[in-house]
Design a protein around this ligand. Structure first.
Ligand SMILES: C[S@@+](CC[C@H](N)C(=O)[O-])C[C@H]1O[C@@H](n2cnc3c(N)ncnc32)[C@H](O)[C@@H]1O
Length: 218
């Protein structure tokens, strides 16, 4: 029997379109749900490729005064997450259906993000598919430009060849510095919430790789 995706949203719909963001801006889209001190800019955190979405929910719960945005390519994942949030979830989270690369370019101003999370992006192991990998130099440069000073790009993967590629791309970005230096990456980050994929890979005993790269001040 095929499982149908329930398309109704049983409560407030926290999805926003590219057009909504361009027309209204993030402060208006989070009005009433995120308290910002008078005159202070809205603090924004972005997660690209949230998958099953539990990590973004925990992040949003842990920082109710920060606006969280999850961008996901899969319509099904966005829909499921929207249904889950409508039934009762943090209100300081908005969902965008689309490509992280496009969302970054079109929806976030330079210096506007406190943090960007990319957890367990698809590794695309075949060489001819490497160009489909999310973590590439232009994406990292776009993230770096949009991070506020001191803002952090977090990346994680279980895939050893992709880890080498990610490490090289991050280390080559002049606007970012390795917060875990002198380590290239960490295999464990104390206190970090595991994502759905992370739990699966840990159970299989796969080695994990975590990076935190901070936006330089200069
Ligand atoms: C391997 S899953 C990891 C999901 C989740 N981050 C986790 O750790 O459990 C990768 C996710 O990234 C999404 N994705 C792939 N390419 C993307 C892109 N260009 N922009 C946004 N999401 C993307 C996929 O649909 C999928 O949900």
């Amino acid at each position: 029997m095929t499982r149908r995706l329930k398309l109704d949203i049983p409560g407030p719909d926290l999805r926003v379109s590219f057009d909504d963001v361009k027309a209204k801006g993030w402060p208006a889209l989070f009005a009433g749900d995120v308290e910002t001190p008078a005159g202070a800019p809205l603090r924004l955190v972005l997660e690209i490729g949230f998958g099953r979405g539990e990590f973004g929910i925990e992040l949003a719960r842990a920082a109710p005064d920060v606006a969280h945005v999850g961008v996901e390519l899969s319509f099904r994942r966005v829909h499921k997450q929207a249904r889950r949030l409508a039934k009762g979830g943090p209100r300081n989270l908005r969902l965008v259906h689309g490509r992280g690369e496009m969302a970054l370019a079109e929806l976030f101003a330079p210096g506007s993000l406190d943090a960007v999370w990319i957890n367990f992006p698809d590794p695309w192991p075949k060489k001819r598919h490497h160009r489909r990998r999310l973590v590439q130099a232009p994406l990292v440069a776009a993230v770096a430009e949009r991070l506020a000073r001191g803002g952090v790009l977090h990346v994680a993967t279980d895939d050893a060849p992709y880890a080498e590629h990610i490490d090289a791309v991050l280390a080559a970005e002049p606007l970012l510095e390795n917060a875990y230096a002198p380590a290239r990456w960490l295999a464990e980050v104390p206190g970090r919430m595991p994502t759905a994929y992370e739990r699966e890979w840990r159970a299989l005993g796969r080695g994990l790789h975590f990076w935190a790269y901070r936006r330089r001040h200069a």
